[in-house]
Design a binder for this molecule. Structure first.
Ligand SMILES: Cc1cc2nc3c(=O)[nH]c(=O)nc-3n(C[C@H](O)[C@H](O)[C@H](O)COP(=O)(O)OP(=O)(O)OC[C@H]3O[C@@H](n4cnc5c(N)ncnc54)[C@H](O)[C@@H]3O)c2cc1C
Length: 453
């Protein structure tokens, strides 16, 4: 049977796939987006429960320069909403108390998160020699340059918040590419950062943290609405192969199977699914993606009456270092960040459990997850009454964990797929950063690769 001819196919309608599709459409291509889910957005999902607006996936994002330019060009920035300025107030749970994360040099000098010795050690950073040998973990890189207390007291909790991962396994070059580049270029991240700040030019992102105006689910839907051809939901790409000068995309759905013949394909599915899709195209690239591991996350929103919470609910929320031995990775104060996300007189707390610290969170009962979330929030914030349970979202493969040599692995797979043309490019959270902004930027970059290859 002949395949239907299309110009471009995007595999996956998460933020990476939607960005790729809009970028291809902007370049004049007719694009087909395919996703097995029943709505666009991938892990971006927003529900309304008992008057609360609950995010099941991401809660906030930075808006980096590519995301800002992308949204402004399409007049989509109005679907985002800035978090309240108080979101700069962030906490780490340490020694049974919430300590403010230092956000300025003066605050760093005063923070109890580091000992006096550790603060003095920071001053030695410009005199530390360059790395020798292979790639380092984040713990090795930051520990060598800034001292071990910065790893456990500050960077560890940060990695928990962003990756649900840990400093010993995550690779420095994948997680902090800018800092590793500064060491490569200037021999010091402090001096390099100083030089960079003096000479910084070029496009800027938006300041602060951002959420969807009505949540990230509706934000994704707005992006999908911009496509001339709506995403084919309930359909899955089984394989991409070569067919002479074209790419052949095998699609299956409840209505039957369909083959598409395309000139360009962006694969914006998570790494394990992407590995399957490209297996027939290139076994080595597929095996490289299979090695990428993910951490699970359970998102557990709780509604509370602030009068029933002993600690004030203010700022962004708090993160929990692994030595605190809680199940909770962190808790965001969502209705403080975005007023209106909780009914009048209530607050919305968003708890995250799981990660590499507690991978069994992917399998245990929902009741146990909620029980643990409430027990840990009680320990940190002090609860007088029972909080309102607003459901559980469990993502078995939530966040990719880029280890040492991750970038080389992804570059290798991209290069294999680009040769020979026609063009296939990879996009998604495992490609160049796990945040919403980075996944979106990876979609734009992948679309451009297929246009230029
Ligand atoms: C619980 C949670 C909380 C998070 N919190 C934050 C946060 O606060 N801030 C932040 O910046 N980031 C956060 N992240 C990370 C960020 O949301 C994600 O990294 C990003 O949204 C991933 O986008 P994506 O398009 O790469 O992948 P996804 O959203 O996973 O989309 C991939 C799509 O591919 C589809 N697909 C899979 N296989 C196929 C196939 N064979 N054919 C067709 N389609 C297929 C899937 O159905 C899915 O829709 C969070 C993630 C999770 C899970």
């Amino acid at each position: 049977m002949g395949a239907a001819e299309v110009e471009a196919v995007v595999v996956g309608a998460g933020i990476a796939g939607l960005a790729a599709a809009l970028e291809l459409q902007g370049a004049g291509c007719e694009v087909f987006v395919i996703d097995p889910a029943d709505r666009p957005g991938g892990v971006m999902r927003t529900d309304h429960v008992n008057g609360y607006v609950v995010e099941r996936g991401p809660n906030t994002t930075q808006v980096k320069p590519p995301m800002r330019a992308f949204l402004e060009e399409r007049r989509l920035q109005e679907y985002l909403r800035a978090a309240q300025p108080a979101s700069r107030l962030r906490f780490v749970y340490r020694d049974e108390a919430l300590e403010r994360v230092p956000m300025s040099p003066l605050a760093l000098a005063r923070t109890p998160l580091l000992s006096a010795k550790a603060k003095l050690r920071l001053l030695a950073e410009p005199f530390i020699g360059r790395r020798r040998g292979g790639e380092e973990s984040v713990a090795e890189f930051v520990g060598r340059r800034l001292g071990p207390e910065v790893v456990t007291g500050m960077v560890g909790p940060f990695l928990t918040g962003v990756y649900a991962g840990d400093e010993d396994r995550l690779g420095a070059r994948a997680v902090f590419p800018g800092l590793v580049d500064l060491e490569d270029r200037y021999g010091s991240i402090t001096l390099g950062g100083f030089v960079g700040a003096l000479s910084r030019r070029g496009p800027k992102g938006l300041r602060g943290s951002w959420g969807g105006q009505a949540g990230f689910g509706p934000f994704a839907r707005r992006l999908a609405d911009q496509l001339a051809e709506p995403p084919a939901l309930g359909s899955r790409v089984m394989a991409v192969g070569r067919d002479g000068a074209q790419l052949r995309v095998e699609v299956t759905s409840a209505n039957g199977d369909l083959d598409l013949s395309a000139r360009r394909v962006v694969v914006a599915a998570p790494a394990p699914e992407a590995a399957q899709v490209i297996r027939a195209l290139d076994g080595d690239a597929s095996r490289a993606l299979e090695e990428i591991v993910y951490a699970p996350i359970a998102s557990i929103p709780l509604g509370v009456d602030p009068a029933d919470v002993r600690q004030p609910i203010e700022g962004f929320g708090f993160l929990v270092p692994r030595d605190a031995k809680l199940s909770l990775l962190g808790c965001l104060f969502m209705s403080e960040l975005f007023p209106g996300r909780a009914p009048e007189g209530r607050q919305l707390l968003h708890c995250m459990l799981g990660g590499v610290r507690w991978p069994e969170a992917a399998d245990v009962s929902e009741d146990l997850l909620v029980e643990r979330a409430i027990a840990d929030v009680d320990r940190v914030l002090g609860l007088r009454g029972a909080p309102e349970k607003l459901g559980v979202a469990r993502w078995v493969r939530a966040i990719p964990q880029p280890g040492r040599n991750h970038r080389a692995r992804v570059d290798f797979a991209q290069a294999r797929l680009a040769d020979p043309s026609p063009a296939v490019a990879l996009a998604g959270a495992y490609v160049a950063g796990v945040s919403v902004a980075d996944a979106l930027a990876s979609g734009i970059a992948a679309a451009r690769r297929t246009l230029t290859l």
